[in-house]
Design a protein around this ligand. Structure first.
Ligand code: GUN
Length: 297
């Protein structure tokens, strides 16, 4: 038996097309600013693709790349200036930041109305309280992908492995908002394999290459693999690497009803949801009506 591959690229392309159509209907172009500190290679790639996708959706993209030794005070001053700039609709500070910078202090300088990553205290509070607000992109993308397989998640057992602020915690709350019964599993969870085997929807967001094996998955489950890990690939030649998820894809696809590949699953959805959040943030802050193209998707 073999499960379906959930085509994150295609689903993201469709959402991006909706965003582009919505942008055309706006009185002016929204602007997204992405701030990158340091030279982490993975972050460089993400930031470049976010900028490209923003422009392709018809919006303005500004990339601010700062050296790794930028001080926390300097970074906060930059973010604060962006928060005050009326021309800026969305602010994203790429994580992780260099070790000498406290992420929480920097995130606190983002105007919640421009918080397209959904990471400020205000956005997190709204999510917990069930109030409308900007939601974190990767968790939203994970829910959208799960719903392509199971549109009604009410009563589904969802297990989220990982409790990060960026993914695990908000993903759990978003699945709860869908009336799923949610378990958050993490490094201290006892008998993780058996907990995962209880999942109708298994969301892996731990950052450990291929940790979730076939026998962790309930036959017929939906598996959402949030991980993107770079690992050695000697089969491709000496010193070569490749990207793999947190799920052992070849084993998972034998057991599950459907699995997201990594890369090509959740990653493209993160960017599409970021673009959507930028439009939503611009509409809310500038008093524009959300165009029909996005109101439904
Ligand atoms: N680093 C990896 N994913 C993300 C993301 O979605 N947002 C931010 N700000 N940093 C990230």
């Amino acid at each position: 038996m073999s499960g379906r591959i959930i085509d994150g690229k295609a689903i993201a392309a469709s959402l991006r097309a909706d965003v582009a159509a919505a942008v055309k209907a706006l009185p002016s172009q929204p602007a997204l600013v992405v701030v990158l500190v340091g030279d982490d290679p993975a972050s460089q790639v993400y930031v470049t693709s976010k900028g490209k996708a923003t422009r392709e959706a018809g919006m303005r993209s500004v990339e601010i790349r700062l050296p790794a030794d930028t001080s926390e005070a300097d970074l906060i001053a930059r973010v604060d200036a962006l928060s005050r700039d009326p021309e800026v609709d969305g602010i994203l500070v790429q994580l992780p930041l260099p070790k000498h910078i406290h992420e929480a202090n920097v995130l606190a300088a983002i105007d919640p109305l421009k918080d397209v990553d959904g990471l400020t205290e205000a956005s997190a509070g709204k999510l917990v309280l069930g109030k409308p607000g900007l939601r974190p992109c990767t968790p939203v993308g994970s829910v959208i992908l799960a719903k392509t397989e199971r549109p009604d998640l009410a009563g589904a057992n969802v297990v989220v492995i990982g409790r990060s602020i960026l993914v695990g915690k908000p993903a759990a709350l978003l699945f709860l908002e869908q009336n799923a019964s949610v378990t958050i599993a993490h490094s201290k969870t006892r008998d993780l394999r058996m907990v995962c085997r209880g999942a109708d929807v298994l969301v892996a967001a731990v950052g450990r290459p291929e940790m979730v094996r076939g026998d962790w998955i309930r036959p017929g489950a939906i598996v959402i693999d949030v991980g993107t890990n770079r690992v050695p690939a000697p089969e491709k030649g000496e010193g070569k690497t490749k990207l793999v998820g947190d799920v052992h894809f070849a084993e998972a696809i034998q057991v599950a009803a459907a699995v997201t590949p990594s890369p090509g699953g959740v990653g493209p959805m993160t960017i599409a949801c970021l673009l959507r959040n930028t439009v939503l943030a611009a509409c809310a802050r500038r008093g524009w009506t959300v165009p029909d193209a996005l109101a439904q998707s």
